[in-house]
Design a protein around this ligand. Structure first.
Ligand SMILES: C[S@@+](CC[C@H](N)C(=O)[O-])C[C@H]1O[C@@H](n2cnc3c(N)ncnc32)[C@H](O)[C@@H]1O
Length: 295
């Protein structure tokens, strides 16, 4: 890979010599939906009288900022934090969390090329998002202290939760869900669950990663399907139902992300407490080039 990293390419979908992650082509489809949501919501917020104190883009599993298609190092595409920076002109505050040191350094370097205006902030946290979420939540809550007037509302957050597997604790999701106004885009790893669930069921209740992911051992009570098939969709519905009950969310239509053989790898779940959030999600989801992935 290219060893030079001139400023001009740091925010472009080009090799800049810094570390990148390698993913299957499907990762582009996932990020395409995110980019469309960012653009659609940014346009909507600019065109209406919206008096948010701040607009946060919060990415709890941010990666290094750039990716390439596995086996095709020249096919480079921007990761979620750089998409938010370059397409989400309306955000005032960006909060990125990543636990791999090398990815954090690459992300810092890339973000340094972004021209912030005086009202914007970018903070990059190195470490486990299940711990760092408290600092971010506290910051948003500090900003959103009353009193509120008709033209001075709380902050609006878009939280992107992009797990590879089941590394996100249920409590972490609940913490962001407890912010006054946070829309959640959750990349639910259907494949991650399939890979780990049967093994998890063999562990004593409470000791499997999946128990932390669901925040309960009750997911274990959902019966397996015919010939022992995994009830993945029932698990997803169970997860959504719990968030609705515990944080009063409503859900947009899920978006399936499949591999070239048509097998679902991920399901993008969008949750909002507000009708407009859902409306914007449906708009972004159905207008994208990823329509071939809709089901
Ligand atoms: C699917 S990748 C994210 C990709 C990124 N959103 C993008 O668009 O390029 C998941 C990332 O989360 C990081 N990660 C995994 N567990 C984490 C944790 N508990 N806290 C913070 N980061 C974590 C991984 O190192 C990896 O970079």
């Amino acid at each position: 890979m290219n060893n030079a990293h001139p400023e001009s390419v740091l925010l472009q979908p080009q090799d800049d010599g810094l570390p990148m992650s390698a993913w299957g082509r499907w990762a582009k489809d996932k990020l395409d939906v995110l980019a469309r949501y960012i653009e659609t919501s940014t346009t909507a917020m600019a065109s209406r009288k919206m008096y948010w104190r701040r607009r946060f883009y919060i990415d709890l599993q941010a990666g290094p900022g750039k990716n390439y298609v596995k086996g095709h190092p020249d096919d480079v595409f921007l990761g979620s934090p750089l998409l938010a920076l370059t397409r989400g002109a309306g955000y005032t505050d960006y909060r990125f969390v990543e636990e791999e040191r090398e990815s954090v350094e690459a992300l810092r370097r890339r973000c340094s090329a972004f021209n912030l205006d005086s009202s914007q902030t970018v903070r990059i946290f190195a470490g486990d998002c299940n711990e760092i979420v408290d600092d971010i939540g506290e910051e948003v809550n500090q900003i959103d202290r009353p009193p509120f007037s008709q033209t001075d509302w709380n902050s609006l957050c878009l939280v992107f939760l992009d797990s590879q597997g089941l590394e996100l604790n249920w409590e972490t999701v609940l913490k962001v869900a407890s912010l006054k106004r946070a829309d959640l885009l959750i990349n639910f790893s259907t494949m991650g669950l399939k890979r780990t669930a049967l093994l998890a069921l063999e562990l004593p209740p409470g000791e499997a990663r999946a128990d932390k992911f669901f925040g309960t051992t009750e997911w274990r009570d959902i019966p397996l399907g015919l010939r022992g098939s995994m009830p993945v969709y029932e698990w997803i519905v169970f997860y959504q139902k719990r968030l609705t009950e515990q944080a009063q969310y409503q859900w947009g239509t899920p978006q399936s992300v499949k591999n070239s053989k048509g097998v679902e790898l991920y399901r993008l779940l969008f949750a909002s407490k507000n009708d407009l959030g859902i409306e914007l999600w449906e708009d972004a989801r159905t207008k994208g080039p990823s329509q071939r992935l809709l089901f």
